[in-house]
Ligand binder design. Structure first.
Ligand code: KG4
Ligand code: ZN
Length: 339
């Protein structure tokens, strides 16, 4: 069983080929030019996907040492994401599957992240607690099996990655914010500034807009001109912000681990690249004697291997989708099972 997966939900075009759950190719082309605009420009993203997708599919097939004839299944990210960007990979995949008369499986991008730990040698064990932290989403979930996902909590405003990106922009570190805040944090004192951690009615929910506002207030009260911020101050602010975001995330993981019967903990999504967050979750898992699975960096950020894997699993679980099925911009509430 050879699966071709396509990912184009934001600023990465990616094509992967899997034989069952083994990765034969996972090519990622990142649109670095968005840096000069301080964030992703949707229309430019769609155009860049169009320019590279055919070449990337060819290159991935070549790298896999297979032929197009050997591909039995095609999967593509269906959403959530930038709709114009999604349409490029989704419709390319659908048309290719149609022309080859092979099945096409639309894959939810967040489900791709959730199950990305299964691409590692050491895999999560069901039921597992999943912390999904990306640029657009922050979710705490219990994954009971391939088809049952229960939502414990989610962000009520900004996502964790969005908070990193917006605060980095505010303090002049530019885009992408997460890696830059992490870099500055290395030399910073995380206890110098106390930024708030939101507590919500549903104890598993998150909120990061208050943190953003607190940093904004702090800057306007103390630095009328951002140019006067020293490298030391930038490092201390970065480390304090990172501490606040990581604490908000890990706090809920501890609560959920205490209350729910889980075997493993999995950290996924772009923010899962954050070294402090990875280390904190490893310590929690060790303390509570749970298995921890955090994918390699390449599998944390957007990639097609996770899309191909999820599509392959849906297909082998008997799922089929009509040709009319289309892509979508926002999170689908119906992907979660009720308690
Ligand atoms: O999952 P992803 O690649 O794309 C989305 O689906 O959103 O996540 C991108 C997010 C960005 O907000 C980026 O700043 C954040 O992941 N990120 C990080 C780090 N690397 C990427 N955040 C904190 N620390 C990092 N090292
Ligand atoms: Zn993502």
């Amino acid at each position: 069983m050879n699966t071709l997966g396509i990912e184009s939900s934001c600023d990465e075009t990616s094509v992967a080929i899997l034989t069952k759950d083994e990765i034969r190719a996972n090519l990622i082309s990142s649109q670095d030019f968005h840096v000069e605009y301080g964030g992703v420009v949707p229309e430019l993203s769609s155009r860049a996907h169009i320019q590279i997708i055919t070449k990337l599919v060819r290159d991935a097939i070549k790298k896999s040492k297979l032929k197009l004839d050997d591909i039995n299944l095609i999967c593509a990210s269906a959403g959530p994401g930038l709709i114009g960007a999604l349409m490029v990979g989704f419709n390319f995949g659908k048309a290719l599957a149609y022309s080859r008369q092979i099945p096409f499986i639309p894959v939810d991008h967040i489900e791709g992240h959730i199950f990305s730990g299964f691409l590692m040698n050491d895999k999560p064990e069901f039921p597992f607690l999943s912390l999904v932290v990306s640029g657009g989403h922050t979710l705490l979930l219990i994954v009971k099996n391939d088809l049952e996902i229960i939502k414990l909590g989610s962000t009520q405003d900004d996502a964790a990655g969005e908070a990193f990106d917006k605060i980095a922009k505010m303090i002049g570190l530019g885009y992408p914010g997460g890696p830059r805040i992490q870099e500055y944090s290395k030399k910073g004192n995380p206890d110098r500034f106390k930024f708030p951690i939101a507590r919500l009615k549903n104890k598993f929910d998150f909120s990061f807009s208050g943190l953003k506002t607190a940093v904004y207030r702090f800057l306007s009260q103390n630095y009328s001109d951002l140019q006067t911020l020293s490298q030391n101050e930038l490092s201390d602010i970065s480390a304090s912000v990172q501490k606040s975001i990581v604490s908000a995330l890990t706090e809920k993981v501890i609560l959920a681990t205490n209350e729910h019967n889980i075997k493993s903990i999995s950290l996924v999504g772009g923010v899962a690249s954050n070294l402090t967050l990875r280390k904190s979750l490893e310590e929690i898992a060790c303390k509570y004697e749970k298995k921890i699975v955090i994918p390699d960096f390449k599998l944390c950020s957007d990639n097609a291997a996770m899309i191909a894997y999820r599509g392959y699993k849906l297909f082998t679980n008997g799922k089929t989708y009509p040709m009319e099925y289309s892509c979508y911009p926002s999170l689908r509430g119906e992907m979660f099972t009720k308690f």
